[in-house]
Design a protein around this ligand. Sequence first.
Ligand code: HEC
Length: 441
Amino acid sequence: MKTFFLLANTPIPRDLPLPLPLPAWVLTICLVIFFLVHILFVNLMVGGTILVVITEWLGRQNKRWDHLSLAIAKTVTVNKSLAVVMGIGPLLCINLLYTLQWYSANALTGHAWLMIVPLVIVAFLLTYLHKYTWETWTTGRKKTLHQAISVLAMLLLLFIPLIFLSNINLMLFPSEWDKVRGFFSSLKIGNVLPRYLHFLAASIAMTGLFLAGWFGRASSDLSHLSDFTRPELRRIFYKITAYVTLLQFVFGPLLLFTLPAAGITPKLYVIIFSGAAIGLITLMLIFRELRRDDSRIGQSYPWICILFTFVVLGMGSGRHVYRQAALAGHQAQIQERTQEFASALADFNHQLAGQPAAAEPDASQLFINCAACHAPNTKLVGPPLTEIAQIYHGNPDGIVAWAMAPGKKRPELPQMPPFAHLGEANLRKIAEYMLEKGKAP
Ligand code: HEC
């Protein structure tokens, strides 16, 4: 058995000894792919709301930005719905593959975790309210209120991913579980902030790239954006992608160096650095596009998207490789405990099966059938044992006969139910027990 280094106070829960519904490698591939699809739309949603707030604010000076802001807002509501729907896949996979770590992290940040549901609902409603009041709340105070709504929606959509992120992060470090009490204390784990910055920058960069294509494609309707030319829009969003991606060369290493060493392996370095190298090439392509004149800008867009996909795949599998390595020790210990439990259970079942027959119950156990109504000295529902012992002194068979088919004697008491189902032999034991207990002291 391999030995792993884990802190002494790390909780090691035991798993259910049940098989997975699919081979683990299938679930792993599903997890990585589903997660990337989900996070793509999350990025577009978060980046989109940030750009909506900024462009609407610019729109107070120059109306053309306001029009652009609305056009972006229309993409946000769609991307937001897709982000939520696509989130189910990775949740299901992670539940199966990392049941105990995931459950533990959720339990530790319970309140914040549950808050996701109402927060998402409010954020949903706000983004729709914002979109549908655009044409009517156009001036003065109403416009200010309109902007405030989008700021609020943005803040919510920035906060919700932080809950997810702190949870996903917490699950990687079982050695922290006994220190963490709630969501805010889970934020203290050193790499949460760099992780969040990395995510935010990715969101804005992705959205820039998406919108460069969205508005840049020949089939897009720009009639509401007549103050912009198509190449101009391309340029604006390319620039956003390029400069924010440059920032990733700061946030990325920051994240890598604040990650607890537990999961850092040579394989991780290879994946992350090749991802970063492809990122650099992508960045050079974008800057080359920016230097092109209006008639040729956008030529490399498909290539940029393909390379970007590789960068994202690199980062996504890097995450997985880190998670695997960070949790290997914990997973192995859980396996061990689960195995121990499963074999103990098997032993126990064996013993049970090996025994000749269930031990016969003794008189005091059998008397439980009567104890609810008959106490030694006090009258409960029926007469006390002392009274019974007087009547049936030296005549246990009389008790048996009565209990098989009770009569009606005492007018103030209800009828006693029959106990023939216990059998004569058992009733005989009870009768002797009753006479013994009911003897006058
Ligand atoms: C649900 C309540 C209840 C349970 C349980 C109960 N009894 Fe009774 N028992 C009574 C009542 C009520 C009487 C009085 C009946 C009457 O006098 O009409 C009684 C009376 C008796 C008497 C006295 C009979 C007599 O001749 O005066 C005996 C003996 C007796 N029970 C035995 C048993 C035995 C043995 C059991 C368990 C196997 C038992 N009882 C379980 C309610 C109960």
